[in-house]
Ligand binder design. Structure first.
Ligand code: PEP
Ligand code: MG
Length: 879
């Protein structure tokens, strides 16, 4: 099988084999764009390499050599030839874009002899030796694994000794001196000289790029973006063009539209006399692309023209890397440009209006993971006092946190429950775990396309970069701005939308829907068949949910209404009551409180269904902590007695007794849900009464109500049967015949115990609806404690791929999903009109929503801020 494909033989459809970069290089080559020739080694070759214990097979090496010979003919140069040397770059290129996560080596094919040939050919000795030292440095660090700081130190020393500041000022002799120092460094660190054999260089470089698929940062990135680990990467071997040959050369990155705002304006950055990575690495701060129009007008026009064509060709905004070699333009890569959610929305809406995309295309293009960004926060301007510095607005959203200066600390502090802002001179992919942990990222160097900017935008994380007014001294854990010293732990606020760095923790404002989002959501609503409900427990959240497009409430957890300071003591009295009479008194006090909440919710959701779940959690959740009580009791026992302490001791002893009596070894499997309602019917009685009184009041006020009363944790049909009778009885009592007609209520159950799913047919006979409580259903199907599993073994399981995902985040369709499907089918067989939905956390997860659509549920219910995401995911599931 062919594992090496020349650019001219591939095309965009071969992305699974060629990776994104390779497929696009092939496509561009075919379409006649000026792409330096080369070839791609396929992802299959990568997987075979891993299978062979990280060895390149002889057959593959043969194919590579063949393609290299072909490339030599195309270029009229020969790899390793002293007079006309062919030089190549070796770059990774995975199927899903993973910017900056894997390795690249440039200028391959240079050695002590070919460097002279390059110097003679270009009549530019300084350039040739600059390329050679770059190769030694990249090869040394990327392929041979030598800490790059060793090379940096040698370069720094050379410049200090030579009295120069910029790399460009170093002379040819300077580079020669550095090359010898680099070679010595490589020899001493690895025990072997830098390979002069260019084939050896190429082989090692390809191996290194394959291996970089498994480096730590790539693994983290894949996990975060849910990219499968078994894709492997392709490798692109491409003939070099040089942006660092002098003043009529350069290199840069352009976006066909603004990736921060989505505006249809040409956007990008470049550097004159620089090579490939200089721009993205953020080592020198580049110029805005507009400046190229003045510096190289012809090239600018050509680039603009190519960009427009590429965007049309791919029907999407493109991110294009280019190099100018001696006034000739080359395109080195094009890909769909990373963008933030707002830009993504604006771009698809514009493309629909421009007639390039259909509404369906637009909806299916929305990345729901990024939609969160839109619901991002901003700064309350009224409270901004001191703007410390101004950087580039690299990724919108506001972030508040304590300053840290390295990724490890960021991660540690966040684990300890703090929120942090990561400040770095520039970020590298090694900092990825810190970027993930931080609320926001600040860099003092690098442009809008620097690593920090690209990565943060992708994550929807606020980022301010290139903030040159700030000097960061990471070793000393401090930074300076406007002669002010800020140390680790100080609070700052970033505004990624404007680039401002502000001292102190500013209050933040919640995000709002944008016009473009509203347009796309409307399109999504036209497409989807799955309804989207909200999990909301109070009128305020219900209002937000309505505003975000909820078509009802799928889960109102009534216990959440009991946690406020005013209510908790009453709830405790209710629980600790010595007898029924005492309990009834406390319940009577709770009733009006619940009733007024229900009234508020009904008003907010007027006309839409409101699913109210009767009390569910174990009662001890409302009580003082047993350990604390025991400790206090012991303390009081050892203390000298006083009048106060005797009284307190008696109280503590009484409380302790009650709490001990209610204590359970396994409360999640204990006295909760409907079990509670059956043993203490007066509790549910009160709740049902409150619901129907609220309904009656709303009806009187002309508000339509559709209460749906939901019984939690049913495992046996008899539980539902008895409680349904209670609901119907109370409804009749409260509403009377006339009102009953105006209040079309439903009674249903949560399916969250496996036995309920297995006996769904029986249960459906007494239920108007099923709502799958997939949090508990996952807990009970796996037998994993939902409160403890992550911290104990589950993270390990996911990291070691024993499970594809955390099943509490992404629904386990194979196991838990099978139970759901079975229950839906069995239930509908008995009752075709049975309404079905899901209200566990999975209701806001894209993949899980796809599953819900596929098995034909009527609705998903999720937290208010995930509703836009769910509306779009539901439409995508349909497409
Ligand atoms: C569930 O178990 O999925 C559910 C929605 O209920 P809770 O999370 O309140 O247990
Ligand atoms: Mg539950």
């Amino acid at each position: 099988q062919k594992q090496v494909i020349p650019f001219q033989e591939g095309d965009a459809s071969m992305i699974a084999h060629l990776g994104g970069k390779g497929a696009n290089l092939a496509e561009m080559t075919r379409a006649g764009f000026p792409v330096p020739p080369g070839f791609t080694i396929t992802t299959e070759a990568c997987l075979a390499f891993f299978e062979k214990g990280n060895r390149l097979s002889d057959a593959l090496l043969e194919q590579i050599e063949e393609s290299l010979n072909q490339l030599e003919k195309q270029k009229g140069q020969t790899f390793g030839d002293a007079d006309h040397p062919l030089l190549v770059s070796v770059r990774s290129g995975s199927v899903s874009s993973m910017p900056g996560m894997m390795d690249t080596i440039l200028n391959l094919g240079l050695n002590d002899k070919t460097v002279q040939g390059l110097a003679a050919l270009t009549n530019n000795e300084k350039f040739a030796y600059d390329c050679y030292r770059r190769l030694l440095q990249m090869f040394g660090s990327v392929v041979l694994g030598i800490e790059s700081s060793h090379f940096e130190t040698l370069l720094h020393r050379l410049k200090v000794n030579g009295g120069v500041h910029q790399d460009q000022e170093v002379t040819a002799d300077g580079w020669k001196e550095l090359i010898e120092a680099y070679k010595a460094c490589i020899l001493s660190k690895t025990g072997r000289p830098f390979p002069q054999n260019v084939y050896e260089q190429l082989k090692l470089a390809i191996e290194a790029v394959f291996k970089s698929w498994n480096n730590a940062r790539a693994q983290i990135y894949r996990k975060m973006n849910r990219i499968p680990d078994d894709q492997g990467t392709a490798v692109n071997v491409q003939s070099m063009v040089f942006g660092n040959m002098g003043g009529n050369c350069g290199t840069g990155v352009v976006f066909t539209r603004n990736p921060s705002t989505g505006e249809n304006t040409f956007f990008g950055e470049y550097l004159i006399n620089a090579q490939g990575e200089d721009v993205v690495a953020g080592i020198r701060t580049p110029l805005a692309i507009a400046a190229l129009q003045e510096e190289m007008p012809a090239i600018y026009e050509q680039l603009l023209d190519a960009s427009k064509q590429l965007e049309k060709h791919y029907r999407d905004m493109q991110d294009i890397e280019f190099t100018v070699e001696n006034n000739k333009l080359y395109l080195l890569q094009t890909r769909s440009g990373k963008r933030n959610a707002q830009a993504a929305l604006k771009i698809v809406v514009d493309l629909v209006h421009e007639g390039v995309l259909t509404k369906q295309d637009a909806v299916s293009r929305i990345e729901v993971l990024h939609l969160d960004q839109l619901l991002h926060r901003g700064i309350d301007e009224a409270s901004v006092s001191e703007v410390l510095a101004q950087g580039l607005p690299a990724s919108p959203g506001a972030a508040v946190g304590q300053l840290v200066f390295d990724a490890d600390t960021a991660e540690e502090w966040v684990k300890a429950g703090r929120t942090v802002i990561l400040a770095r001179t520039e970020t590298t992919p090694e900092d990825i775990h810190g970027v993930i942990a931080a609320e926001g990222v600040l860099t003092s160097r690098g442009g809008m396309t620097s690593h920090a900017a690209v990565v943060a935008r992708g994550m929807g994380k606020p980022c301010v970069c290139g903030c040159e007014e700030i000097r960061i001294e990471a070793e000393e854990k401090r930074m300076f701005a406007q002669s002010r010293l800020l140390e680790e732990g100080e609070w700052i606020t970033l505004d990624g939308a404007t680039g401002r760095v502000i001292t102190g923790a500013m209050p933040l404002l919640e995000a709002r829907m944008t016009d473009e989002l509203l347009v796309v959501l409307k399109w999504a609503d036209e497409i989807r068949t799955l309804k989207v409900f909200a999990n909301a427990d109070n009128p305020h959240d219900a209002g937000i949910a309505r505003g975000l497009g909820a078509e009802g409430i799928g889960l109102c957890r009534t216990e959440h209404m009991f946690f406020s300071p005013a209510r908790l003591p009453v709830v405790q009295r209710m629980i600790l009551a010595e007898d029924k009479e005492e309990r009834m008194k406390a319940l009577a006090q709770l009733l009006p409180m619940q009733q007024s909440d229900f009234e508020g919710i009904f008003e907010q959701m007027e006309g839409f269904p409101v699913t109210i779940r009767l009390l569910d959690p174990p009662l001890h959740e409302f009580l003082p902590n047993l350990d604390d009580l025991q400790k206090r009791y012991a303390q009081l026992t050892y203390e000298r007695e006083s009048e106060g302490s005797i009284k307190e001791k008696a109280e503590v002893a009484s409380m302790l007794r009650k709490v001990q009596a209610l204590h359970e070894a396994n409360p999640m499997l204990g006295q909760r849900g409907c079990r509670l309602g059956i043993v203490y019917p007066e509790i549910y009685d009160m709740q049902i009464e409150a619901i129907f009184r609220a309904a009656a009041k709303c009806i009187d006020a002309g508000v339509q109500v559709h209460p749906e009363i939901m019984i939690p944790l049913v495992g046996h049909v008899s539980e539902l049967k008895i409680l349904r009778e209670l609901v119907d009885f109370v409804a009749q009592q409260v509403l009377g015949k006339d009102k009953l007609r105006e209040c079309p209520y439903k009674v249903g159950t949560m399916i969250e115990v496996p036995r309920a799913a297995l006996t769904a047919g029986q249960i459906a006979a007494h239920a108007d609806f099923f709502s799958f409580g997939t949090n508990d259903l996952t807990q009970m199907t796996f037998g994993y404690s939902r409160d403890d599993a992550e911290g104990k073994f589950l993270t390990h399981y996911v990291n070691h791929k024993l499970l594809p995902h955390n099943p509490f985040q992404v629904l386990d369709t194979e196991g838990v999903g099978q139970l759901i499907e079975l229950a839906v089918n069995a239930g509908r067989l008995v009752k075709p009109s049975l309404k079905t939905g899901i209200c566990g956390e999975h209701g806001g997860d894209r993949e899980s929503i796809f599953f819900c659509h596929r098995i034909g549920l009527d609705y998903v219910s999720c937290s208010p801020y995930r509703i836009p995401l769910a509306r779009i995911a539901a439409a995508q599931a349909f497409l």
